[in-house]
Each structure stands twice: as C-alpha cells, then as structure tokens.
Design a protein around this ligand. Structure first.
Ligand code: SF4
Length: 346
C-alpha cells in the first residue's frame, strides 16, 4: 500500500494521468476492493501491471481467537510466511461507565522485537523484521472485514517497537489519518514506545495530533533497567527531556504506562517518585497489574497494594487509572502478543 504521493509517482512512471491516483485510492480505501480486477474504471493493462507488483491484500487471516468479553485476536500471515497478531478490543460498560461503540484495534508494527522488555512476550523470540506500511494498514482493513465493525480507535501496542520502524510507521499514519485513506482521527491513535528518545523528538514534529504512550514501568534508572533494557541507552532523565519536547509541540497529554510487578516496581516509594515524574510533564498514568506470561517469573501485586499505589498518585493530583485489562484470557493484553503455535495455523 502506498501513500498518495508515492502512488502518483508510480502512475507517472506508467504514463498515467494524475486523477488515476484518486480513482485507485477510492477503490482501495472506500470501496475496499479486494483485487485490482475490480477497478473497472482503470485500463486493463495498468491493472495487470500493478497487480503483479502490488498485492492489495498482503495479509492472510489464519485464525481468530475470541474471548468471553468479545475481545478477538486475529492471527495473520504475511507474504513471506511469517505471522503477526492484531487484537480488536471493544469498549465495555464496566470500563467506561456506559455502553460505547468504540472499537480499539491493537496493531503490530514488527515481526518480533529487539528491545527485550522483561515483562513482554513479544520480545522473547527476538526481532525478525519490520512490517511495511501496507502490512500495518492492512491489519485495520482485515480486522474491519472479519468483525464487520468499524475500527475507530487505534493503538500501536501490538508486537514490535513502532518507533524502531519509523519510516514505515509515518507512512502508515499518513494513510490511516488522510481523508483519501482510512480517515481515522489522529487523536484516536496512540503510539506506544519503550522510550526511543531521538524518534520521540522526530515524532513530535509530525503534523498529526497523535497520542503518545510511554512504557515507563520504573520511575528511576535502577528500577527501570531491571525491566526495560532500553533504559541503559536512554535513561529516565533523557527520556523525560524528550517528553518535554513532545509537550511543547503537541496539545496531547502523554500517558505513562506502568505495569505493577510485586517486589520490583510497586512499592509506595516507587509510587512517590512516579508521582513527581508524572507531575513534571503533566502526564496521565495507566497502572496495569502484571499479567502472567508463560516462561517469566514475576507476579502481580494483590488488589489492595495496587489501590494503595494508585492513591499516592491521585493524592498528588495525577490522573491515574488502574487498568482492568481485557483479553487476558487469550494472551492479548499488553506485552502478551507472541506467536504461539496455534493448532491448524502454523
Ligand atoms: S514492550 Fe514493546 S518494545 Fe518492549 S519488548 Fe515488548 S514489543 Fe518490544
């Protein structure tokens, strides 16, 4: 899948008039054509030439796992035979107070991940490759087709570090937010990162008002390094300098994601330091009790300890949520996306 300007360049190479780009984009994103053959207002020779090089549907759906709360995890195969997962999470009355039509899709940006955050299943098998912009965007199109629902909220929290795939991420964001593309409002898109400082500053320069979430998980270097190896390269102070740049450029509150792990980062002292950090950049905090990951030793604190942690934040004037994650029963909560051998799928 190409951006509008890339498509215009390609069509020029084929000696085609500029209006063809508009026709093709309409077929792909509005009419949701599944093949070039459907594009009846294009010359046959052009359709054939483009079909050979640019598959409209680079992903093949191989399996859906649905959970009791109707979160659905789709296992998708890439053209090179590798697999990714994407997760559709409907809002629920329990979480948001009233019934909502918000359908959040959690998309993957890479096959595997090189960053090895210690709580995360996605990094356990290492990094394989970046997804193309088309493979990122196709997750949305396919999820809508499979579910019959319109995706109107997007989080880059699936497999991979999106900011390590920066160029393709930016192209995908252009396609996703443009009115000629999927036309999803930038404010409904959250990019989540382990904290890649240079890319956060570059992302802050994008025109779209996307949201930023930081996998913080430790409010100081000693704690964070136990959980996030990336902290050795980009320590907490440097990360927060980058977040101040974000705040200067964007009119969006940053979210600090914080997984509570018993005996590691969930003491009341940790809560006090986190409160100061969040206050310094006016960030919101999402507290997430640790989800058990097969093969990892950590455990979640009990509910009372989680509530005490949250109270310190709220007493300090920090907006904090204690997240009751959905999809836990199908390994689709944050940090749990990992390819497992699914019966009949791999
Ligand atoms: S949390 Fe994100 S950056 Fe860290 S290992 Fe998992 S996928 Fe990679």
């Amino acid at each position: 899948m190409l951006t509008k300007s890339q498509l215009a360049d390609l069509l020029e190479e084929h000696g085609q008039p500029a209006y063809r780009a508009t026709q093709i984009l309409d077929w792909i994103y509005q009419k949701r054509a599944r093949s070039w053959d459907e594009m009846s207002n294009l010359p046959t020779a052009l359709r054939t030439a483009l079909a050979e090089k640019y598959p409209l549907r680079p992903l093949t759906h191989t399996l859906t796992k649905g959970s009791a709360d109707t979160t659905r995890k789709f296992l998708l195969q890439l053209p090179d035979g590798r697999y990714i997962e994407t997760v559709l999470i409907p809002a629920s009355p329990a979480l948001y107070g009233e019934k909502s039509d918000r359908h959040t899709l959690c998309v993957s940006s890479q096959v595997g991940c090189a960053y090895g955050c210690k709580f995360c299943a996605s990094g356990l098998d290492g990094f394989t490759r970046n997804l193309t912009a088309g493979e990122i965007v196709s997750q949305i199109i396919l999820a809508e087709e499979l579910s019959g629902e319109k995706v109107n909220n997007l989080v880059f929290m699936g497999m991979g570090e999106p900011l390590a795939n920066f160029k393709n991420l930016c192209e995908a964001l252009e396609i996703i937010t443009s009115d000629w593309g999927l036309h999803i409002g930038a404010r409904r898109i959250t990019v989540s990162t382990s904290g890649l400082v240079p890319q956060i500053k570059k992302l802050a320069e994008l025109p779209q008002q996307i949201r930023l979430a930081i996998s913080l998980h430790g409010p100081d270097d000693v704690t964070r390094e136990k959980i996030m190896p990336v902290n050795k390269k980009y320590p907490v102070a440097e990360l927060f300098d980058a977040l101040r740049v974000w705040n200067t450029n964007k009119n969006q509150k940053i979210t600090l994601e914080y997984i509570l792990i018993d005996g590691v980062n969930a003491s009341l002292d940790h809560a006090r330091i986190l409160t100061k950090r969040a206050q310094s950049i006016k960030a919101k905090v999402n507290l997430i009790p640790y989800n058990t990951v097969e093969g990892l030793p950590w455990v979640r604190p009990d509910d009372a300890a989680c509530l005490r942690f949250k109270k310190i934040l709220t007493n300090g004037g920090v907006s904090a949520t204690l997240r009751l994650e959905k999809g836990h029963d199908i390994d689709a909560a944050c940090g749990q996306l990992r390819l497992k051998k699914e019966k009949g799928a791999v």
